[in-house]
Design a protein. Structure first.
Length: 259
């Protein structure tokens, strides 16, 4: 069966995460994966589908990747366009690519990039509420950037894990971490080789606390040395987070969906 990579974008609030293991029941939203499978079924495709990342409910995707095994040989652009027309407004298939039989959306990935947005609008802009975290009070940019430099410098991230599952004990290597503070949105961009459960949201929450009133980046340094500290016990809300890109050693030859 021919295999295709899919590039997907969706609004996190519309779905119960990437895959919560169930279809829609009692008026609750289905998972993004279930919605994608339903769209493929309407095209007559019932093959296996797997995604690169298991995103939580509320987390947005601009660059989620998946692969699907199809019964028929598709032109990748035709597949992307046809599938996009079968998806709800909150999800889009942006592109597709023919890939090798052993290409896997998750296993073949070497890194992922996430973006987290803070709403600093004054006065408040309600249009930003669905895509960013509005943090009350003042934030010191200098301490925010200092906290980012500490995390970029490496250290033990296990103090930021949200559960003790042994799968989350694999060391994460951060390739890039930076804040861009332009206008009403402050954006944290993080690239790493793998991410444990809610790790990005934990790191963002810690940096924000460092930048807040009476915050101290030295507390972050202590956690990186393996010392317990309350600064690592918080998690930023899901709706400010977006999966921006999944990285592969050789990028699939994407064919963009036509309108």
């Amino acid at each position: 069966m021919p295999r295709y990579a899919l590039s997907l974008a969706y609004v996190g609030a519309a779905f119960g995460g990437w895959d919560d293991g169930r279809e829609a029941v009692c008026g609750q939203p289905s998972s993004a994966l279930a919605t994608l499978r339903a769209g493929l079924r309407r095209l007559g495709e019932n093959g296996p589908v797997e995604g690169a990342c298991r995103l939580d409910a509320g987390v947005h995707a601009a660059g989620q990747c998946a692969h699907v095994e199809c019964a028929r040989n598709w032109d990748p652009q035709a597949l992307a366009s046809a599938l996009d027309h079968q998806l709800p407004p909150a999800m889009a298939c942006r592109a597709a690519a023919a890939v090798a039989d052993d290409w896997h959306a998750a296993v073949s990935a070497t890194a992922k990039t996430y973006r987290y947005r803070l709403d600093r609008s004054q006065p408040r802009d309600p249009r930003l509420a669905a895509i960013s975290w509005r943090v009350p009070g003042a934030l010191d940019r200098g301490r925010l950037h200092q906290a980012a430099r500490l995390l970029r410098g490496g250290g033990d991230l296990s103090g930021f894990l949200r559960r003790s599952d042994h799968r989350d004990r694999i060391a994460t290597v951060l390739h890039a971490l930076r804040w861009s503070c332009r206008g009403q949105l402050w954006t944290c961009t993080i690239t790493g080789d793998r991410f444990a459960y809610r790790l990005v949201r934990s790191l963002v929450a810690a940096m924000v606390r460092c930048a807040g009133d009476h915050g101290d980046p030295s507390a972050l340094a202590a956690v990186l040395r393996g010392t317990d500290h309350p600064i690592s016990g918080h998690c930023a809300p899901a709706w400010g987070l977006e999966l921006a890109q999944v990285h592969y050693p050789q990028e699939p030859h994407w064919q963009l969906a036509e309108a």
